[in-house]
Design a protein around this ligand. Structure first.
Ligand SMILES: [Fe+2]
Ligand SMILES: [Fe+2]
Length: 398
């Protein structure tokens, strides 16, 4: 009978503790294979921006590259809604067939609470469990629990020895955000990936931004912001901008969007912004956001601030990051205006041309509505039209 071990978690990021537990389970519990299954994390249901599913899968691949028999599995990332363990185990049973034994790998704390989980009875009667217990740990309570579950449900539970790993992913993220070393805690290839992609670097700032917009934005605007953040990171990677800056700018870009008109006007006056933004919430929200980011969040990075301030209009000489945020706002997957698909297609290879198309569309739309067109928009348009269109390689270094 094939025995498959399943280890779930956020893996944000995967660390040596996860890898060690998977290895110990493979070695000590007669398993043929161990799957590490990252959970789907809902960014706006959390108090921080998690790394994307794609990044967490890639970090798992890197961490497990030298371990035949241990592999990441994207099952939960592909599901809609909350991931429940019973659903995942059912799916794995189906995948490996009725003959396979599905063994859920877990820590001591979880097994003690297992009979309070969703569909506990199904979990305890159909599947087996592998519990990592640290050597020297007083496991009287654990053994008592195992005895009780075996007696009540006939559950197969194996206790394996697992070396203690006292650092949580939360502490690892905090270290990385503070610029401290996480060497020895995270596999070297994963550390390299984190560094290269700017993961966790702005996490404190992003968490504060997230808390603010959760309080001040409507649900639909939050969802939009989340999609802009994802799109901005993707575009930043594609065109060589800094993905961490792109993510931060995206989180903050619409922070003032749901202010009332009176409040916006008041902010414009109190920050001494140009009077032309009075009664023009479409433009005002981006300028007010910039001021709030400086005053209330201490953000000093001019590129991030400008990416937010010009996300609605663009401007002449806009930077790579400004273009990325401008475009991400325009083509995030929730946008469905007529030329959205076309602009997305152009954005696969050509950032400048995609921005140009978007600006042309904006101008046409405003003209049709008889609305005033901001000079920054006409300047941006002229600037990008005059600019020789770069090929993809050049675009990366622009
Ligand atoms: Fe906006
Ligand atoms: Fe937006």
């Amino acid at each position: 009978m094939k025995r498959i071990g399943i280890l779930g978690g956020s893996f944000d990021p995967v660390h040596e503790g996860h890898v060690g537990l998977a290895r110990d389970a493979l070695a000590q519990a007669d398993l043929d294979q161990v799957l590490l299954i990252p959970a789907r994390l809902q960014p706006f249901k959390q108090d921080r921006m998690p790394a994307s599913g794609e990044d967490r899968m890639e970090m798992l691949r890197l961490a497990l590259a030298q371990d035949p028999g241990i592999e990441p599995c994207s099952y939960e990332l592909e599901q809609e809604g909350v991931s429940y363990t019973y659903r995942t185990l059912r799916a794995m049973q189906e995948r490996f067939g009725p003959e396979a034994k599905i063994c859920f790998i877990t820590g001591t704390d979880s097994i003690l609470k297992l009979d309070t989980w969703m569909n506990a009875e199904e979990l305890l009667t159909r599947y087996s469990y592998i519990v990592g217990s640290r050597p020297g740990y007083d496991d009287t309570e654990l053994k008592e629990c195992v005895r009780r579950l075996e007696e009540t449900y006939g559950t197969e539970i194996r206790i394996i020895h697992n070396a203690p790993f006292d650092i949580s992913a939360t502490e690892i993220r905090e270290r990385l955000a503070a610029g401290a070393s996480a060497e020895g805690l995270v596999p070297p290839a994963v550390l390299e990936y984190i560094r290269e992609h700017g993961l966790y670097r702005n996490q404190d700032l992003n968490a504060r931004g997230l808390a603010y917009i959760r309080e001040h934005l409507k649900e639909s605007r939050l969802a939009h912001t989340c999609r802009v953040a994802d799109t901005a990171v993707t575009l930043a990677r594609r065109f060589g901008a800094d993905p961490a800056k792109a993510e931060t700018a995206a989180i903050f870009h619409d922070m003032a969007k749901n202010m009332s008109a009176e409040e916006m006007n008041e902010q414009i006056r109190s920050f001494g912004l140009d009077e032309k933004y009075i009664d023009n919430p479409n433009l005002a929200h981006s300028k007010i956001a910039r001021c709030l980011m400086v005053r209330d969040f201490g953000i000093t990075d001019e590129d991030i601030l400008n990416a937010v301030a010009y996300h609605t209009t663009g401007r002449a000489g806009m930077s790579l990051l400004e273009k990325v945020v401008f475009l991400a706002d325009a083509i995030e997957p929730g946008r469905s205006y007529p030329s959205a698909e076309e602009i997305r297609r152009i954005a696969d290879t050509d950032l400048d041309r995609a921005c140009l198309c978007m600006l042309e569309r904006t101008v046409a739309y405003l003209k049709k509505k008889g609305a005033r067109i901001d000079t920054d928009t006409t300047d941006a348009l002229a600037y990008l039209k005059d600019k020789p269109i770069l090929n993809e390689e050049e675009n990366k270094h622009a």
